[in-house]
Structure formats: C-alpha cells, structure tokens
Design a protein around this ligand. Structure first.
Ligand code: PNW
Length: 485
C-alpha cells in the first residue's frame, strides 16, 4: 500500500516571506528617505489605482503582532528584507541607528519564538538618491546601470552584517535581480520605470557585481556559521513546439532570463550566445577585467522563486500582446529578443495574476539547479498565488490557494525524491501586501489584511499550511486532507 502522506526531511524549514516596501509603511519615519519605489508609486499612472507603500500593512508598527501570527501558525522560518533607505538614507555614509534597531528588534522577536530569520538585503527599494539626486541632495547616482551602485550595495551589506551578524544566520544578497534590471530599466513596469534596453543589460551586470561584492562584504563581517546566498527567479521556459526555431526562441529567453545571472554567479561567464544575441544593443564594454571573478563567489545556498512557467515560440517582428506575465508595457523586457520571441500562455487554470498554475515548472527548476550547482543546498524562497479572497462572516475561505500550495509542495517533495537538496520552503506571502505595479488589488497572503482597519485574518490556507508545517508531511492528494480547512 502506498503511504497516504509525503514526508519532508527533519529540519526542513517551513517559512513565509515578505519584503520591506510591500509591508512596512512608515515611509517617512525615523530618518527614512524615499526609495525608487516611493518615487515610482507616487508617479501617476505607474501603479494600479494610484496605490503606494506609504502605509501598506503598517508592519513598521505592527511587527510584534505579525511575528505572533508566524508563531501561531507554527512556522519555523521568516524571510524579510531590509529597507536600504531606512538604514542608509542616501545610500552612502554611516548607518542610521534607529533603522538598524528596527530590524534588530524584529530579529530578536523572531528568535524568541524559535523562528529562523532569513534576511534579504535588497528587495528592490534602492535609495532614490542612488538613482537620481533628491531635491537639494547630493550627486545623481544613475541607479543600477552605473557601476558605483554595486560598490554602494557592498557597503550597505557590510553595515547590516556588522549590526545583525551576531543573530542572523541566513543572508541573501539580492531578490530577483531579473526584475530589478529588466522590469526596472527595460519594460519600465517597475521602479525606476526606465525603458532603455542597453541600460537594462548594464543594470544586470552591475547587479551581478553587487552580488559578488556583497558576498565578499558579508563574508568579511559575518561569523563563519553564517550562510550566504541569493534568490533568483529563474524562468521555467519551454518551447511551444520542438521545432528548431522554437527551440532557438527558448535558448534566447533562457539566456536573458536565467544564464545572464547564473553564468556570472555560478560559472564566472557571460555565455557567447547571450553576447551575440544582444550585440545590437550593447558591446558589454561595462564588464571590466576581473569582474567575473568577483561575481562568482562560493555560495552556501541558492534561493528559487517560482510562480508560473513560460512558453515561447519564434516570431519575426513585433507580435500581439505578450503573455509573459510581466505586466503591460509597449517596451519589451527582453533586450534583443523582443521581436524574435512570442510568449504564449501555458495551459492550466489561472490565478488572479492570470498566471497559469503549473507545479511541474518548480520541480524542473529545482532539478536544473541541482545539476548546475551540485552540492549547493536549495531553498524555495518564494512560491504562492493571488486569488480573489473575500472575508465572509469573519473568515476567508481560499481553497484555490490550498490546491496551489498542495501541488507545489508535492513538486518540491518529488524533487527531493529525485535528489535535489531542498532545505526549506518560504511561502509568498505571510500577509496580503503591496503587489508592486498591481497595488493592493492582488492578495498573495496566508493572512488577509483589511487595509482600512489593518485587521489581520488568517485564511483557511494558513490553517492548512500550519498543519503541514507542524506535521512535516503533506497529504498525497486533496481534498480529503485535514477536514475543517
Ligand atoms: C516577486 N514578473 O515579484 C517578488 O519577489 C515579490 O515581491 C512579489 O510580490 C511576488 O513575486 C509576486 O509577484 C515578481 O512580472 C513580480 O514576472 C513580477 C514578476 C515576477 C516576480
């Protein structure tokens, strides 16, 4: 008889994730200055409904309550990010003590509840001053397309490590540098909203450099037990057909979505096909000798963020709408490939983001990383789904999310069976929050947030996930699992 439950290894981390700008609010408190996301969200037309992160989930004031929620759900890990402009308002110079104190108190509260903190240094909130001078401010930085930003990041990493290195063991340099580079500087749907393909590729390189310099700064400041990694959002990219033309489209997107980061970070190289495909956009002269030794640092883990796969075919000339899930823009986030690749919707039911549900993509990526980075432990640092959650009678019933989570956790389990060394899973997200260009309309939380009252209501998926975390096992199939959720 087959076992009705899928067991996860002992010590597997059951976590939830958030990011500073998406939950904190308190944007003008204790010396914090604007980040590129403050500027962007306050620019009319950039975020749906004109939403901003000014208040968000008011986590800056409600963090104790939010840690209590994690503890009540029995989660063993929490992934959060540090707001750079809270700690180093202009992106240069000494740290602001009150900024560091906020994160120290948060970490201590987590540790007091036996929850492992996983700290991300950069989840997209670049100090505005490093992008362009603040009114009356210092030198204009130019943002990620400029090399200096990578050095500024390494300095910031050292400041945070110096303050929290005695209590945080799990450190992540960057979250999803693909989004920072190609949505921020290519398609412009993310801050700072620039639409310059050459700048996007420069940004990608300087993010790689920032990662490498950041790892070096962390190693210098952290005790030996600390573990350092990065969270990427690799694309599980499939060809529409096995034709040579569609396989070539797949190769192009694999280069621009995946290998542009894993090349420098894992192998110390930009692949020749990537350089050739983008030769009409840039000559890559911004890659200095020695950079690729810096970007390739030994890593203690790799973080995989996964939501949905991509399906591509060959195209010649600008096609119709791109079903790549990356938001509406007249500008492609794929430098050199925008007119040559068409994106198709993968089969499967859609979440509220219109992202097809396909857990196989997660298993494929975990196996791919297992092959590419042998011996490096993996974490799923984000996975989850937005649905149209509505409270009814004081409760939020979200069976679609339970099915999404069940399918993806089963995929993680399958990857474990096939030899992937997956050490933990961080569900995106603990709370409904500011979903970037979509504002508050898209709810990814395990916990429902009423933005008028800031009341938090755990959804039925939270109770379901709590049982998975408590037992360390997953029912083989739904829906009979755990009656009552
Ligand atoms: C990730 N895309 O964002 C982020 O790390 C989270 O902050 C975010 O809330 C979550 O996924 C859900 O979206 C992404 O357009 C934003 O492909 C956009 C894309 C991918 C990831």
């Amino acid at each position: 008889m087959t076992d009705a439950r899928l067991r996860f290894p002992p010590g597997f981390l059951w976590g939830a994730a958030t990011a500073a700008y998406q939950i904190e609010g308190g944007v003008r408190e204790d010396g914090r200055t604007p980040s590129i996301w403050d500027t962007f969200s306050h620019t009319p037309g950039k975020v749906l409904g004109g939403d901003t992160g000014d208040v968000a989930c008011d986590h800056y004031h409600r963090w104790r309550e939010d840690v209590r929620l994690l503890a009540e759900l029995g989660l063993t890990a929490y992934r959060f990010s540090v707001s750079w402009p809270r700690v180093q308002p202009t992106g240069r110079g000494p740290a602001v003590q009150r900024g560091l104190d906020f994160y120290r108190a948060l970490v201590d509260e987590l540790l007091a509840h036996g929850i492992t903190p996983a700290l991300t240094l950069y989840h997209w909130d670049l100090p505005q001053e490093l992008e362009s001078a603040l009114p009356g401010g210092g030198p204009a930085g130019g943002g990620w397309p400029e090399r200096d930003t990578a050095y500024r990041f390494a300095e910031f990493a050292g400041l945070v490590a110096g303050a929290l290195g005695d209590r945080v063991e799990m450190w992540t340099t960057l979250n999803e540098p693909w989004c920072s580079a190609f949505l921020g500087y290519g398609s412009g749907v993310h801050a700072p909203g620039r639409t310059d393909p050459a700048a996007a590729l420069r940004a990608a390189h300087h993010l790689n450099l920032a990662h490498g310099l950041g790892v070096q700064a962390l190693r210098a400041a952290l005790p030996a037990r600390a573990r350092v990694g990065v969270s990427l959002n690799p694309s599980a990219v499939r060809p529409l057909t096995p034709s040579p033309a569609d396989l070539d489209a797949r190769r192009r997107i694999d280069a621009l979505a995946n290998r542009v980061f894993t090349g420098p970070m894992l192998r110390g190289t930009y692949d020749d096909d990537l350089l050739a495909d983008t030769a009409g956009v840039t000559d890559w002269a911004f890659v200095h000798g020695g950079d690729l030794d810096v970007t390739r640092q030994p890593l203690d883990f790799l973080g995989v963020n996964y939501y949905t796969p991509a399906v591509v075919s060959a195209a010649d000339g600008p096609g119709g709408p791109r079903h790549d899930g990356h938001g509406a823009s007249a500008h492609s986030p794929w430098p050199g490939a925008g007119d040559r690749v068409a994106f198709h919707r993968a089969p499967g039911e859609l979440t509220a983001m219109d992202w097809p549900v396909d857990p196989t993509g997660l298993k494929d990526l975990l196996m791919e990383y297992t092959a590419q980075a042998p011996g490096v432990p993996l974490y799923v640092t984000e996975n989850g789904a937005a649905y149209e959650d509505k409270p009814e009678g004081g409760a939020v019933h979200d069976p679609d999310r339970v099915r999404y989570l069940h399918g993806h956790l089963a995929a993680v389990h399958q990857a474990l069976l096939e030899g992937a060394d997956v050490r933990g899973y961080f569900l995106w997200s603990l709370l409904d929050n500011f979903e970037w260009a979509y504002g508050y309309g898209k709810r990814f939380g395990l916990v429902y947030v009423d933005y008028d009252t800031q009341e938090r209501t755990p959804k039925s998926s939270a109770r379901w996930y709590a049982k998975v975390a408590a037992s360390g096992e997953l029912p083989r199939s739904l829906p009979e699992a755990w009656p009552g959720v």
